[in-house]
Design a binder for this molecule. Structure first.
Ligand code: B16
Ligand code: MG
Length: 225
């Protein structure tokens, strides 16, 4: 079977922005009297901004305390802090092996697509100077977030690919579920001390391991001639 596109999650796969999301959510939660720890933060990975806020409010037993307008204001405050933390991002913050994989894909004319829940993806790719390596970035606005398959399916569509001929790379449980629900081959990235997401077809302990050869072998796919 021919590999037609590779879909990359952003936060936790291309770069380590997950730690900035955690800092910004922890500070916001603290201001409204809710404590969140690293374990709880795992449950926010891959989850869209307003959904993440809802989970935090439920965690703190405060889900009835805010109007929709107030919740939007809270999410905006978190995003403002998150964006200010991104200011220091440089190309050196790209996870190891990612740029090399993108170069391999370009050489073989296999489109790479960003399939992230983040509305900040264009800003992050610009800071990492990776824009030119991606064929497209999925706009997650107005479509159901992960674990629904929509972001992955939209990624395949933008690449003109059949989902069954796509490989998706993800660090979050919600993201792996989204890739599998879209009928794609799923590659999970674990991290020291953090359990890798379950249900992936292949699990790597670091992005360093990601080569085109490994992806093709694990999916039983080949490059187009
Ligand atoms: P934003 P991914 C996700 O990105 C993050 O994992 C998640 O923590 C975040 O809440 C979500 O993006 C929305 O991000 O607030 O920047 O729109 O992992 O799908 O690349
Ligand atoms: Mg992620």
């Amino acid at each position: 079977m021919e590999l037609q596109a590779v879909l990359f999650d952003l936060d936790g796969v291309v770069t380590d922005t997950a730690k900035y999301h955690f800092t910004a959510w922890r500070n916001l939660a603290r201001r409204i009297g809710i404590d969140i720890d690293g374990d709880f933060n795992e449950s926010l990975k891959g989850i869209e901004r307003m959904q993440s806020l809802e989970r935090i409010l439920v965690h703190g037993g405060r889900e009835q305390d805010y109007s929709q307008e107030e919740k939007e204001r809270l999410a905006q405050e978190k995003n403002e802090e998150y964006v200010s933390l991104l200011a220091g991002l440089t190309p050196e913050d790209t996870y190891p092996g990612i740029k090399e994989l993108l170069i391999e894909l370009r050489e073989r004319r296999i489109p790479a697509v960003i399939a992230s829940a983040s509305k900040n993806a264009p800003l992050i790719l610009e800071a990492l100077r990776l824009n030119e390596h991606f064929h497209a970035i999925v706009d997650p606005g107005g479509i159901p977030g992960k674990p629904a398959p929509d972001i992955s399916l939209q990624g395949a569509k933008l690449a003109g690919a059949d989902p069954a001929h796509c490989i998706g790379i993800e660090d979050s449980q919600a993201g792996i579920e989204a890739i599998k629900a879209a009928g794609m081959h799923a590659v999970g990235i674990g991290e020291a001390g953090i359990p890798a997401p379950s249900g992936a077809d292949l699990v790597c302990s670091s992005t360093k391991e990601l080569t085109l050869r490994l992806l093709l072998d694990s999916a039983g796919m080949a490059c187009k001639r």
